[in-house]
Write a protein that binds this ligand. Structure first.
Ligand code: GRF
Length: 226
């Protein structure tokens, strides 16, 4: 997995002054609109994998109350919340969603198939702390249907990208990338199977690295002479 320079600029803000990240798991809010396979992989990683002891999922949120991923999270004992976005104006919905999520005090807002472009009303309260995963190099492909794009163009590889979220569509600074070999994948289902297997691993690992990096930066800053 390749970690990019923007990683170095990342800072995890402590919840309140004096409460360092070194003593407790980072609080993650996971946002989804669909099946939730990345959410499940992250949940597993907090239980038995690379995020164990480093992160906890404080809420799984969806803009679609009937999203399969929400049901799956609830069945596994995760706190869930939802707010239907259908028919709502973007800014008003985003402000309400942000206020709802703030009640859970997340340090990182982790998008996992959350099918919305975020407006400033959502981004500002969590600025620099919203992360997304995209199934392609975001410099080459943005938006929906990245696996279809790779399959239709018979690409020999795709580059799973984890990035910070800004107000554009998949335009935020890249944190980490990993290549998936697509040679010989002769159906879209096979392209997706290979890609998702890598997504699940890369997302958990990048978050673990980010949290460790945040803790390290926090400790170094705390030890600087005042
Ligand atoms: C994934 O391919 C992710 O990269 C993209 O949306 C899809 C969500 O899949 N942003 P899932 O709901 O996590 O299974």
């Amino acid at each position: 997995m390749k970690l990019l320079a923007s990683f170095e600029q990342f800072r995890l803000a402590p919840l309140s002054p004096g409460e360092g990240l070194g003593v407790r798991p980072a609080r993650l809010a996971i946002l989804l609109s669909g099946r939730g396979s990345n959410m499940l992989a992250l949940l597993e990683a907090t239980k038995t994998g690379v995020l164990h002891g480093l992160a906890e999922i404080v809420v799984v949120f969806s803009n679609k109350p009937d999203a399969f991923g929400l049901e799956a999270a609830a069945a596994l004992g995760c706190p869930i919340a939802s707010l239907p976005s259908l028919g709502r104006k973007r800014e008003a919905f985003d402000a309400e969603a942000a206020a709802l999520l703030q009640q859970y005090q997340p340090e990182l807002v982790v998008l996992a198939g959350y099918m919305r472009i975020l407006s400033p009303a959502f981004i500002q309260p969590f600025a620099g702390r919203i992360i997304n995963i995209h199934p392609a190099d975001t410099h080459q492909h943005q938006g929906l249907h990245a696996y279809e794009w790779a399959f239709d163009n018979q690409l020999p590889e795709t580059k799973i990208t984890v990035h910070l979220v800004d107000e554009g569509l998949d335009t935020g600074p890249i944190l980490a990338q990993q290549i998936v070999d697509l040679r010989g994948a002769d159906t879209l289902a096979e392209v997706e199977r290979r890609g998702l297997a890598v997504e699940h691993e890369v997302y958990a690992r990048t978050l673990a690295d980010l949290i460790n990096h945040g803790r390290h930066a926090e400790r170094s800053e705390a030890s600087l002479p005042q």
